[in-house]
Design a protein around this ligand. Structure first.
Ligand SMILES: NC(=O)c1ccc[n+]([C@@H]2O[C@H](COP(=O)([O-])OP(=O)(O)OC[C@H]3O[C@@H](n4cnc5c(N)ncnc54)[C@H](OP(=O)(O)O)[C@@H]3O)[C@@H](O)[C@H]2O)c1
Length: 283
């Protein structure tokens, strides 16, 4: 029964889980008995974390999956690897993200948008049918209140590098996470797969790695720990009482209103249609 939702004995994938909020989320899910797959881009950096989580939680149902969200081919390969052995998938936490970095993805998208949103769009689409077959199942998108700063999506800019990285491309990527959550919920109605967007709040994590160390120490000193900040996304992934809710946005383990742009159903539909065309070769 969906209202007795538990991750115990279920299979979960958490993206970007070698550090920060993703790592805490992986620990919390494994502690609750889930078989957790850490989908990260560096096997070298993730293997010690897999082993450490195993020791922490006292079971070995923790593993690594290679996933680089800045390459749609890598996303496809990660999904194919997971799907190949026919396992069910009950929980997908789209957590990985970056901010303040310049560059383009392998497929010609502005890096922040490509990693934070488009890679996750493709991953979710490729895993979706397996999740429907495994229902009840959940998808959690790690968003941010910074999305309030993006009033719209400039489609042309998504294909151009930023000369100076700033908060605006990050805000657009997080707006896209929330729009995706809403459109996905609409399309998954009646399937038993529910979807949630979570704002963790500021947390002292590696996301501030682009800030020079002395300033970084100063900026992050008064921020909550990753353990505290990850509570909302862990709650969205595990709380039985959310089983009837889908497509909503949460902060501090409460439902919150996202920005007017994030509630724009036309924009959500357009983002879906454009994303489908962008990743088309890999679907
Ligand atoms: N910390 C905050 O204040 C805050 C506030 C609001 C929202 N958030 C959101 O919380 C989520 C987690 O961030 P965090 O604070 O935990 O940051 P973090 O410590 O920097 O962790 C980010 C994770 O994403 C991974 N990642 C980056 N680029 C990737 C790629 N191309 N392919 C696969 N994985 C990639 C990183 O892997 P590597 O270690 O290999 O780079 C890392 O595992 C993000 O979505 C972020 O936007 C954070």
């Amino acid at each position: 029964m969906a209202e007795t939702w538990t991750v115990d004995g279920k299979t979960s994938i958490v993206t970007g889980s070698n550090t920060g909020l993703g790592r805490v989320t992986a620990v919390e899910l494994a502690r609750r008995g889930s078989h957790v797959i850490l989908a990260s881009r560096s096997e070298e950096r993730t293997t010690p974390i897999v082993e450490e989580i195993g020791r922490q939680v006292g079971h070995d149902r923790v593993e690594f999956l290679a996933l680089d969200l800045s390459s749609l081919a890598s996303v496809k390969s990660a999904a194919d690897t997971f799907l190949a052995d026919g396992r069910p998938l009950h929980l997908l936490v789209n957590n990985a993200g970056l901010a303040g970095r310049r560059g383009m993805t392998a497929d010609g998208f502005e890096l922040t948008f490509g990693v934070n949103y488009l890679g996750h769009y493709l991953l979710t689409r490729l895993l979706m049918n397996r999740m429907v077959a495994s229902a009840p199942a959940r998808i959690v998108h790690v968003a941010s209140s910074v999305h309030h700063r993006a009033r719209h999506i400039d489609w042309e800019r998504l294909r151009k590098p930023r000369l100076v990285p700033g908060r605006s491309e990050y805000a657009v990527s997080k707006l896209a996470n929330i729009l995706f959550n809403r459109e996905l919920a609409r399309r998954l109605t009646g399937t038993g797969v529910t979807t949630y967007a979570a704002h963790p709040g500021l947390a002292a994590t590696d996301i501030y790695r682009v800030v020079p160390p002395p300033i970084r120490r100063l900026v992050t000193r008064s921020m909550p720990t990753p353990e505290n900040a990850a509570r909302t996304q862990v709650w969205c992934a595990t709380a039985p009482e959310l089983w009837e809710e889908s497509g909503r946005y949460y902060a501090d383990r409460r439902q919150k209103d996202p920005s007017p742009a994030a509630l724009d159903t036309g924009l959500a539909a357009e983002l879906w249609t454009r994303s489908e065309a962008w990743v088309g070769d890999f679907l």
